[in-house]
Design a protein. Structure first.
Length: 281
């Protein structure tokens, strides 16, 4: 899990996240830059990297299982009428450079490559901000530009025939603990109620920590949440929920997620107040 060029995020002088630009993982895991470990201000780790249950879950980052048939998520590919299938179709997100790098964030350029062809160019902006003595915010924006001569389609296992499996986009793999974490929104409670639904924010609360993820643009808020708590703890924003998402040649797709990282359990009122502060400051 080494990299040639690592960035460390700091809040109030304390390290809260390590950004791995070139994690050493096998090609079938779709190598890509990611944040791990990410911690609360008190030092509790709230990410997991290549866990035994899903080796292709790499901390916090962007992963898409189907970009015009190429797998940028890792692991098996869901094929209609066949199910999960091992294919030689994995892509790689390659760190090109940091356009800006400060203790509290960075701007990065990346190339999405599969089959020897560059499909997408990405600009990724990441910033860490103190909210309170026990909470900070991770502001994560990714902009994907189609640099090919034709359209590209983004899909998911759900769009390929597996209901409820619309993962792909921004994804946060949390640590697996003895008990499953609580998941809730402003109006819903529990995995079945929250999964697959849009909401201004979704909270995942484990043993001594809470994550509150919020879509910070209108397009991002329209994307439903992908949520797992019983099988493993993870939350993502679904790019392709029911239908494939087209990206014409030369066009750019932008999503922005702001995540509150807090020590201890948060209730709905606390989560709402911190998210509002994080998105507006």
């Amino acid at each position: 899990m080494t990299t040639d060029d690592t960035a460390v995020l700091r809040v109030a002088g304390r390290p809260v996240g390590r950004y791995l630009t070139r994690p050493e993982v096998p090609a079938r895991l779709s190598p890509r830059p990611c944040l791990h470990p990410v911690t609360t201000l008190a030092g509790t780790t709230v990410t997991e990297f290549a866990p035994a249950d899903h080796l292709h879950h790499l901390g916090v980052g962007v992963a898409v299982p189907d970009v015009e048939g190429h797998n940028f998520w890792g692991g098996r590919t869901y094929v209609r009428d066949r199910g999960p299938t091992e294919l030689d179709n994995h892509g790689t997100q390659r760190h090109t450079s940091f356009q800006l790098r400060d203790p509290d964030g960075f701007v990065e350029e990346l190339r999405w490559i599969a089959g020897g062809v560059e499909l997408l160019r990405e600009r990724r902006t990441v910033a860490a901000t103190e909210l309170t003595d026990t909470a900070w915010a991770l502001d994560f924006t990714f902009s994907l530009t189609n640099i090919t001569a034709g359209p590209l389609g983004f899909g998911s296992p759900a769009t390929n025939g597996r209901p409820g499996a619309a993962y792909g986009g921004f994804f946060w793999r949390a640590p697996k603990e003895a008990a499953a974490p609580r998941v809730f929104t402003e109006e819903r409670e529990g995995e079945e109620a929250v999964h697959g639904e849009p909401a201004d924010w979704v909270a995942l609360a484990g043993d001594g920590w809470t994550l509150v993820l919020a879509g910070a643009t209108a397009d991002t808020r329209r994307d439903p949440w992908f949520v797992r708590t019983t099988e493993y703890p993870g939350v993502g924003s679904s790019l392709a929920h029911r239908d494939r998402v087209p990206l014409p040649a030369g066009d750019t797709l932008v999503r922005r997620i702001v995540t509150v990282v807090a020590d201890g359990p948060l209730g709905r009122d606390e989560a709402t107040a911190l998210v509002r502060k994080a998105v507006t400051q």
